[in-house]
Design a protein around this ligand. Sequence first.
Ligand code: G6P
Length: 606
Amino acid sequence: MCGIVGMLAKRQVAGILVDGLRRLEYRGYDSAGIATLVDSKIDTRRAVGKLQALADKLAEEPLSGTVGIGHTRWATHGRPSVDNAHPHFSEYVAVVHNGIVENYRELRKELEEKGHIFKSETDTESIAHLITDYLRQGLSPQKATAAALKRLEGAFALAIIFAGHDDLLIGARRGSPLAVGYGDGEMYLGSDALALAPLTNRISYLEEGDWVELSPAGVVIHDETDAIVSRKVHETNLSGAAIGKGEYRHFMLKEIFEQPAVIGDTMAALTSTDNHLSMPPVPFDWKAVPRLTIVACGTASYAGLVAKYWFEQLAGLGVDVDIASEFRYRGSPMAQGGAMVVISQSGETADTLAALTYAKEHGQKVLAVVNVAHSTIARQSDCVVQTLCGPEISVASTKAFTTQLTVLFCLALQAGLARGVIDEARVSTLLQALREVPAKITDVLREDHKLQELAQHMADAKDVLYLGRGTLFPLALEGALKLKEISYIHAEGYPAGELKHGPIALIDESMPVVVLAPHDNLFEKTSSNIQEVVARGGKVILFTDKKGLANMGTKPYWVTTLPDVDPAVAPILYAVPVQLLAYYTALSKGTDVDQPRNLAKSVTVE
Ligand code: G6P
């Protein structure tokens, strides 16, 4: 949600800032801008729309300068427009901001009364004027920033440059992530390490309340009391090359096709080839945990919902799955010594992070399933099990979801073994089933033209219903979410058993009903639901296996036959055709698959 970059160098920075923003565009794409110092004065270029609009503007009107900041925006306060695009600036200072300043109205009123003229509707502009006010009072840029930070309420990551100070770049963090990059004779700021990947792999992450001065003399980090502190320098293994689209038309398709490999990589880190678990120790005793809380947002929360079935069935451990934005404010009572699992691809989702903080304050041990290694959630949890899916760029999550499922399945097996619910032989059988999933996904991917054909039948739909039972119910939710996100078709996921309690009223010949039903112990029940839909003229699109097809009484409108798979790992396999169906439907509707309207990949504001 908004990406920021900053750079202090001896070379021209405008083009490099735009490259950095390209790697952050997944955070927001309704406008973008950069500011540099030209002859020590602030100059900016800003444009509405995708980053390319800014790049085009810079081609027409280049911007020189060796210190600068950049921003790609996901609008919170003020519609997307040039005036509302960052950087926000005065004659003295320019600021880019990720987050929300909650007391901006009060600050704006105070500053307007002092004669400051505001040009935008944003909360961010109040920061620029506030710092300007302190500069006018004679404070140095460092002191003016420190004073301004103490007046701000809410969440922010900031990058700031100052007229007349070509050798200074300041960053600050509270609630939103900010990384400092160490280069060769130059230094950087970025919302994440990925933004800086081609420039450096030496990164420090600011802690809550930190602010940082970058100058040719080096990096000075201060904590919220302004005391100088040191923060660890991490070596990342990201490379700039890892984020290309390769031969694929969209990141989403590339990431769907990467799934066999990344599920294999994730599994290999957690198991031995002879099907034993080799997991990191968890920060709690599985035997002593009375109940598990799983918290996440979006697609990650559906991975958590699948895991609920696994923990309950394979480990006899009751699970509550919560949406982070609900959990964090509910004041849920938590017994001391309890256990929480948080799931997040980015490791930066504001609500998930707040839920984690709440849990820790209430005596919970927290295990995080994250993709981004040194993310805030990873750093603040007691233990991390990483999904090894590499950078996920498409806003609609695919490979992060299936690798989250892979990790969660292994955790459920670990819990089941520790609690004596399953034995080593059962673990070995289930790990063998998991080991076979990547090859089966490859079979599905080989036949993706069939899903492309099916998508033609979906593209005109106004509403689509997704049904599933057991672990396929969360997959129905995920299928509906994928379709909504990228094709803008209204879709709902439902447990098939709930059909008669409402959604059946919607069924007519125009509404596709996607049913996810491998031939498992619940198949007969779902099969009855299919008959009920068909009897009312509904258009059933069935995803099943050969046995399911053979045992289906009525012929559905469309059947996609998937490879046979152990029911325990079926949700991982069934995720893939559901993703492809959404992808090809969006493609035939001509929507912007990788950057769907109004969405952002990393939701760092609440
Ligand atoms: C956004 C993304 C989703 C993602 C969710 C949670 O809504 O568009 O793809 O599932 O955030 O993100 P996280 O990084 O915490 O997994």
